[in-house]
Design a protein around this ligand. Structure first.
Ligand SMILES: [Mn+2]
Length: 375
């Protein structure tokens, strides 16, 4: 779970930045066994629609939506029309009841919704429930058996893709053989278990480039084009699709430019990497670049500027060999400057015109981290 947390930390702190198959044999029995009247209505042929809500701008979210779609077509109902909608974490209400359709509504890799219209749910996030009432309601459905074949939660899973594949295989007899590549990469990406800074920055694997496209694109139509393909062909073939290549090109250029710029600016002393790119406003850069440039660095303090803020980003090298107990609590440091974050990653934001203050805070944080025992 630490890895999952770390990935979430990176996001929070640093993000300012179907195949129609035949119904599986036995699925009719499963439906009969789960036997609620609602199911008789829903699957009795009155409608053929399913809307999948998934964690937007997230590789695991897209893979989860794709795996759910294929599972549903093969094990629940082959003749179904699917639609997709990405969901993002935000302040206030996460779900708009008006978005749910009259057919099946599935939520994957995202928080629980108490709406009666939500018929399927899979999640693996520790923070899956917005309220204790939501959790109590989910647990009631599990205890009385009414939703044990429809709603699934297991925070021990690194990826939601893995959770859906296991549940679908064990409980519904879904054949997951051809989906091993997808599961492997969903676990790597969602768990931030990149082998090295090199693999995270050079992005040789197709899954890494797809992740960048999914996380960075502003193209709202990407999800519905991409999701059905993820369980239909190897990831390299998905990446080769013209609509993906079109988005990838400019992102790779931006990535290379950031790599070059940070490479020119960054330096390391006593285990701490620093750089200042405030003169080149950016809406984000690959957070692993500093450790790619200086694999020996334990921490990095980066000063950058976007349209709405000047940011001091503070991070810990995920591949550091320094034992956990020797590492600084980054959240605690950032909080002193009015920022926040988590144990390994944090940030402090200043208004765009308060660069001097940001620079002063960055220098102090660098000094504090350098005064630690970093070897
Ligand atoms: Mn996930």
């Amino acid at each position: 779970m630490d890895c999952v947390r770390f990935r979430e930390d990176i996001r929070d702190a640093a993000c300012s930045t179907g195949i129609a198959g035949l119904a599986a044999e036995g699925s009719a029995d499963i439906l009969r066994a789960s036997g609620a009247a609602r199911e008789a209505f829903v699957y009795g042929g009155f409608h053929l629609d399913c809307k999948v809500f998934y964690h937007d701008k997230c590789f695991d979210g897209a893979c989860s939506a794709s795996v759910f779609t294929r599972f549903y077509r093969e094990c629940i109902k082959a003749d179904t029309n699917f639609s997709y909608q990405g969901l993002v974490h935000r302040a206030g209400a996460l779900f708009d009841d008006g978005e749910f359709i009259d057919g099946d509504n599935a939520i994957v890799d995202f928080k629980y919704s108490d709406s009666k219209k939500v018929t399927w749910w899979f999640d693996h996030h520790l923070s899956a429930f917005l309220t204790p009432e939501d959790q109590a309601e989910f647990e009631r459905g599990q205890a009385d058996g009414s939703e044990t074949m429809r709603k699934f939660f297991d925070p021990n899973y690194t990826s939601c893709t893995g959770l859906i594949l296991d549940v679908a295989a064990k409980k519904f007899g879904f054949n997951v053989e051809s989906l091993a590549e997808l599961r492997y990469w969903a676990d790597i990406v969602d768990g931030a278990k990149y082998e090295s800074a090199k693999s995270a920055v050079e992005m040789a694997a197709p899954a890494m480039k797809l992740t960048m496209v999914i996380e960075s694109t502003q193209d709202e139509s990407l999800g519905k084009k991409l999701i059905p393909l993820l369980t239909e062909m190897p990831l390299q073939e998905v990446l080769d699709q013209p609509f993906v290549q079109e988005l990838l090109g400019p992102l790779m250029e931006r990535h290379q430019a950031a790599l070059k710029l940070i490479g020119e600016r960054a330096s390391m002393e006593r285990g701490v990497i620093t750089f200042d790119i405030t003169d080149h406003p950016t809406e984000g850069y690959n957070k692993f670049i500093p450790y790619y440039l200086f694999p020996e660095g334990v921490y990095n303090v980066g000063l950058s500027k976007s349209s709405f803020r000047t940011k001091v980003a503070v991070g810990t090298n995920p591949w550091t060999t320094l034992p956990e107990e020797k590492l600084a609590n980054i959240a605690e440091i950032c909080e002193r400057y009015g920022g926040g974050g988590h144990a390994r990653v944090g940030a402090v934001s200043f208004p765009p015109d308060r660069e001097d203050e940001a620079r002063k805070a960055a220098a102090e944080i660098v000094e504090e981290l350098r005064s630690r025992e970093n070897a």
